[in-house]
Design a protein around this ligand. Structure first.
Ligand SMILES: Nc1ncnc2c1ncn2[C@@H]1O[C@H](COP(=O)(O)OP(=O)(O)O)[C@@H](O)[C@H]1O
Ligand SMILES: [Mg+2]
Length: 247
């Protein structure tokens, strides 16, 4: 099953009397267990698209199917429940709770679930270790660097064992070296947790890191490249030979 299927999705914002088309007839499929990038310039529609995929916003037209569920069939309560169980989010501004420690931020989504306290503690400790922050468990976000905050956010996004993680420009507020280490960490976590990961970036260079790459321009998905598919490449095949480009 594809974690995300969009069919002819459109979204227009109304600014007073002006209609701003943000997403125009977008159809796409996100493959399971893949690291997928959506790149595009500022204002191209990345956040609008991720908000639709993340069930934060509904499209005006078209169908959105996430983890096999058509989101049009869910009311707001069902949708927020579905979001909490199925999705993990990573943001440009980290969006950590400032009064909670790194440990507590990662634990927070688990408090809403029925996981017993001992298992919860074990899971948070394992995630802190995986993102290299075991020694920072008791620090609050204000006592952490930007890169460390984003590491906490990655751990938090994975805490509830989601089937899909969405990251909207997760490296935009980081220097390029820290940004590269965050991409590498997301990649590692994507593989270890066997989860679909979709992230947006205004940096087209980032496409080389991904399994799948989409480019969005003025609300249209204008280019799709399957850059790598580790699940189907045979040992002797050249990954570049599998490259597909669809207009
Ligand atoms: N709430 C909103 N109201 C009106 N226009 C919006 C709103 N959000 C985004 N837009 C417009 O929609 C387009 C796409 O925006 P966005 O999805 O935020 O792009 P990106 O994330 O790639 O920078 C832009 O023209 C933007 O100005
Ligand atoms: Mg944006």
């Amino acid at each position: 099953m594809h974690p995300v299927v969009l069919k002819h999705v459109s979204k227009t914002y109304q600014l007073g009397s002006i209609a701003v088309p943000a997403l125009i007839d977008i159809s796409l499929e996100i493959r399971p267990n893949c690291f997928t990038v959506i790149s595009g310039a500022s204002g191209s529609g990345k956040t609008s698209l991720l908000n639709v995929i993340g069930c934060i916003d509904r499209p005006d037209q078209g169908q959105v199917i996430v983890a096999g569920h058509d989101i049009a069939s869910m009311n707001e309560d069902a949708l927020s429940d579905f979001r909490a169980k199925t999705l993990g989010f990573i943001f440009q501004n980290f969006n950590l709770l400032p009064v909670l420690t790194a440990y507590e931020n990662i634990e927070y989504p688990l408090l809403l679930s029925n996981i017993p306290a001992a298992a919860r503690k074990e899971r948070v400790r394992a995630l802190l270790d995986a993102v290299g922050l075991s020694d920072r468990a008791q620090n609050r976000p204000g006592q952490l660097s930007g890169g460390q905050r984003q590491r906490v956010a990655i751990a938090r996004a994975l805490a509830g064992s989601p089937s899909l993680v969405l990251a909207d420009e997760p490296t935009a507020n980081l220097d390029s070296q820290t940004g590269a280490s965050i991409i590498a960490l997301m990649r590692k976590m994507q593989r270890e947790h066997q989860v679909a990961f979709v992230f947006s970036s205004h940096d087209p260079q980032i496409q080389a890191e991904a399994d799948d790459a989409f480019t969005i321009r003025d609300g249209k998905i204008s280019h799709t490249a399957t850059l790598n598919n580790s699940r189907t490449i045979t040992p002797n095949s050249d990954p570049l030979a599998t490259q597909e480009v669809n207009a």
